[in-house]
Ligand binder design. Structure first.
Ligand code: PEP
Ligand code: MG
Length: 900
């Protein structure tokens, strides 16, 4: 028989899979001797069985009865025995904390008889009837499904009847009347008598908690937080202690350090004569722990003692819920506390200084995502701010602008140089232009995987999503929040790192962490804040232990300089096509239109001149470090005007009998000739290089000349040539030979003949599968995981993020966006396969990755594991990649040590 129930004296914090986070931590606290009210945990396994079969596991009722009997014996109290009543709380507790998402029923065991007797025994009948009232309230809503509004109406009626403004002001008769009202309403909803047997109350409460795993809000929360939906929750049944007994009683929450700033010293709130959620409900003013020290010094000392014990034991910031019952302290729950990015970095190094953890562990405790948060500009919240709402922080940053409700309007207003925030219920692909034009996006619906969130993150735009407290009236041109309307044109400020929405303009300040990373702030100086010092320490440690090199994707000297300052160890991808887009697009157009070889040569010579200057700038910036020049990749049509536009233009001119210049006709004809249905699968990459050999030859010539020039200027250029989109060995060999010949010819006569490494990107599945054959003719491989993902999944990265991907993410058909984080189970296998093949060819085969995944934390850990030499990412993400590459090594070390 499966054992579905364990007393708190069983197990420890390692068992959160089975006992849930709360249950595992309760067990741990019992183990270290903290005052925990006794109880037992019903396992997640029982919940999973319940969810699978749609009914309570057959053996659970008997096990529950036994567990209850044991608890009764231990406490010498009994269910339904007014002379020594046992009351319990029934709380959810999943493996991953889902605060406020599932249900809790307090005071189970309460009946009118128990209330009567408890009132006499405690000398405080009001307290006893209040407990009964609380029980009926929770049981009615949570177990019997009475809508809260109905109980609210009854409360309002009774309060006015008894001339009271708060429930706590009601006398015993008032409390009884209120409870009676709740019972009648519950009976009306269920059509049954309100049960009087506490055993039935307990069983039904347990079932309600199981049910609440699949409540709408819990499902939504899991989707947003990417918590698997099949884990189930544990249920903790714990004997009640009462913070609402008298003024020597109360309840509170405390943190062992400040979870917002990371400041050393405990931090928390306490509420006298209160129970359960009164503290967080914010109805009455709480007192700080410092005030508690004055009011109840002994309790405060005990609490501090417990916190010291907990921190020493968990070796991390803990948060706790506690209750004081008639001057006795009880710890109701604890967990390793959630914290802001700033607090995470600060606390990690504090714990090293206090010799509680090693520097490797400290590095493991922070993340690249947290570093990203610290790198964005921030709001200066020191002045007066008016926070009007809080949504889900979906894409970091601090954005200020006028409210607009319409994408077209966003585009128009921003064209006039004004900053806008696009506010919508949710966004769709039609909103793309408006999103691009906005400083940030605010939605009232959807979570971290909504269209707005996914697209904003892709664009690096600030977004706050799922701000449920605002109601958007798009046609009316306003949104309402907390009884106030905000109209189009009013200025708001949104914080994509915290989800805060402010009315008015909040000043934006540069992030001190970025100032430090850019070399403009010395971490040792006095101006450097504690968080800057902490980032410096952990990043320096990451650099000292990481195996992966970190390069940057940079196409301009400015980007290369920035990347180097941020710690980039070379350029892993220089997309040369970016040098011929924008104002230089006309060169390619002229090349395509060249009527003879001489004209073509002339254009190419001009291009070579420009290209050479670009290469000089980048190689100077990266002197002494490798620079991988990727030869032209995109389809030719990307350099030409769009076919639809030209067709319309020609048709309009014809209709108006205007004269059409011959050149326009020629461009139109060329664009028609080159039009492809699937350009990303057409004439691009190496295929272009083979079809117009002069292009790639021009590029390598420019590179050799640039190399010589840079060297002459006293620098140390280290270029590498990379061929894109290769699929077969013959393509590679054919091009390699012609490029080597061209390089040789260009060096000839300079007296400096040398080899420039020529490698290939691995970005077609065929290249990955036949890597061993390609490796014979490649000096290095760089995985182009953007194309490799696109070609493996057969969906276009340019299209899916604004069309079906958000829906797939919402339905959990995809656990994450595979263009953001590498699909290790699919694309990852191709990368690993190619890596193994290359290394079987030459054990020191140089391997890197230059797709966007090179800057993604999870993917970096994968690349480290399979043994790549470097990752290359956008300059802004270089510090993240440095930190995560170090974390990958630290994680291994910490795991090894803990398994000794
Ligand atoms: C890739 O495909 O991963 C890559 C780096 O090339 P691009 O993004 O330029 O196609
Ligand atoms: Mg590519």
């Amino acid at each position: 028989m499966t054992n579905f129930i364990h007393p708190f004296s069983f197990g420890d914090r390692e068992q959160s899979d089975l006992l849930g986070g709360k249950g595992a931590n309760l067990a741990e606290m019992v183990k270290i001797g903290l005052p925990v009210p006794p109880g037992f945990t019903i396992t997640t396994e029982a919940c999973r069985a319940f969810l699978a079969d749609g009914k309570i596991p057959e053996t659970l009722p008997v096990q529950l009865e036994n567990a209850l009997k044991n608890l009764e014996r231990e406490l010498n109290k009994e269910f339904d025995n007014p002379s020594k009543p046992l009351l319990v709380s029934v709380r959810s507790g999943a493996k991953f904390s889902m605060p406020g998402m599932m249900e809790t029923v307090l005071n189970v065991g309460m009946t009118p008889q128990v209330a009567e007797a408890m009132g006499k025994q405690s000398g405080n009948p009001k307290f006893a009837w209040d407990c009964y009232r609380r029980f009926v309230d929770m049981y009615g809503r949570i177990v019997c499904g009475v809508p809260s509004e109905e109980f609210q109406k009854i409360t309002t009626r009774v309060l006015s009847q008894f001339d009271a403004s708060l429930v706590t002001d009601l006398d015993i008769d008032g409390l009884k009347a209120l409870t009676e009202g709740f019972i009648k309403e519950t009976e009306a909803v269920t059509g049954e008598h309100f049960p009087s047997d506490p055993r039935e109350h307990l069983a039904k409460s347990v079932e309600a908690v199981f049910h609440s795993w699949n409540s709408e809000r819990a499902q939504l929360y899991r989707q947003r937080e990417r918590i698997p939906s099949d884990l189930g929750t544990a249920v903790n049944v714990q004997s009640m202690v009462f913070g609402n007994l008298d003024d020597q009683s109360g309840t509170g929450v405390a943190f062992t350090r400040n979870p917002a700033t990371g400041e050393i010293g405990s931090y928390g709130d306490y509420l006298v004569s209160a129970q359960g959620e009164d503290v967080v409900a914010g109805i009455r003013n709480t007192m700080s722990l410092a005030d508690l020290a004055i009011e109840l010094p002994r309790i405060h000392a005990e609490l501090e003692d417990a916190m010291v014990k907990l921190e020493a034991h968990y070796r991390d910031l803990c948060d706790i819920e506690f209750t004081v019952e008639k001057g006795k302290l009880w710890i109701l729950q604890t967990r390793v506390g959630k914290r802001t990015a700033e607090a995470a970095f600060r606390i990690a190094v504090q714990l090293v200084d206090e010799e509680k953890i090693s520097i490797d562990e400290a590095l493991v405790r922070v993340t690249g995502d947290q570093l990203v948060h610290l790198m964005f500009p921030q709001f200066d919240l020191r002045g007066h701010v008016n926070e009007i709402a809080r949504g889900i922080p979906a894409s970091p940053g601090a954005a200020v602008g006028e409210v607009v409700f319409d994408s077209k309007k966003a585009y128009e207003v921003s064209k006039n140089g004004r900053k806008v925030i696009l506010v919508r219920r949710e966004t769709s692909p039609e909103d793309l232009a408006g999103m691009v034009a906005s400083q940030g996006i605010l939605t009232s619906r959807g979570g971290k995987t909504s269209h707005a969130a996914v697209v904003a993150r892709g664009m690096g735009k600030t977004a706050v999503c799922g701000t449920e407290s605002i109601t958007v009236d798009q046609s009316g041109g306003f949104f309402t929040v907390g009884g106030r309307s905000v109209y189009a044109g009013e200025v708001i400020s949104i914080d994509g790192s915290t989800g805060a929405v402010y009315l008015g303009e909040i000043p934006v300040v540069a992030s001190p962490v970025t100032t430090y990373l850019e070399g403009l702030l010395d971490s040792k100086s006095e101006e450097a804040s504690a968080v800057v010092k902490a980032v410096d320490r952990l990043l320096t440690h990451a650099d000292s232990i990481r195996r992966l090199q970190v390069r940057a994707n940079a196409d301009t000297p400015e980007d290369a300089i920035k990347a180097r300052i941020l710690g980039g160890q070379g350029v892993g991808l220089c997309r040369t096509e970016h040098m011929f887009l924008g104002p230089r697009r006309s060169y390619v157009e002229r090349l395509v239109l060249a009527e003879n070889v001489d004209v073509q040569r002339g254009v190419i010579a001009e291009m070579e001149f420009l290209q050479r200057a670009d290469f000089v700038g980048i190689m100077m910036a990266m002197s002494g470090l490798p620079v991988t020049i990727r030869l032209l990749d995109p389809p030719l049509h990307e350099f030409l005007p769009p076919l639809a536009e030209l067709t319309a233009q020609i048709a309009r001119s014809e209709a108006l009998h205007e004269e059409i210049p011959a050149r326009d006709f020629a461009v139109f004809a060329a664009v028609q000739r080159m039009h492809e249905s699937n350009p990303m699968l057409g004439l691009r990459g190496v295929r272009l290089g083979i079809l117009i050999p002069e292009l790639y030859k021009m590029q390598v010539r420019a590179l050799v000349h640039a190399l010589l020039e840079v060297r002459k200027l006293g620098h140390d250029p280290r270029p590498e040539v990379m061929i894109p989109l290769v699929a077969t060995q013959r393509e590679l060999l054919y091009l390699r030979e012609s490029l080597e010949e061209e390089i040789g010819l260009t060096f000839k006569g300079t007296g400096q003949l040398e080899k420039i490494p020529i490698g290939t990107m691995i970005e077609t599945p065929r290249a990955a599968i036949t890597a061993e054959r390609l490796g014979i003719y490649a000096d290095f491989f760089s995985f182009g995981t953007n194309d490799l993902t696109q070609l493996t999944w057969a969906f276009s990265r340019d299209d899916v993020e604004s069309s079906f991907l958000p829906r797939y993410l919402d339905l959990e058909l995809l656990p994450f966006n595979p263009f953001e984080s590498l699909d290790q189970a699919g694309v990852g296998i191709l990368v690993k396969n190619a890596t193994d093949q290359a290394r079987s060819l030459r054990s020191d085969f140089k391997l890197g990755v230059c797709g966007e995944h090179g800057g993604d934390p999870t993917s970096i850990h994968f690349f480290d594991k399979i043994g790549l030499d470097y990752v290359s990412c956008s300059p802004f993400r270089v510090p993240v990649a440095r930190l995560e590459s170090g974390r990958a090594v630290a994680l291994k070390m910490v795991k090894e040590i803990s398994s000794l």
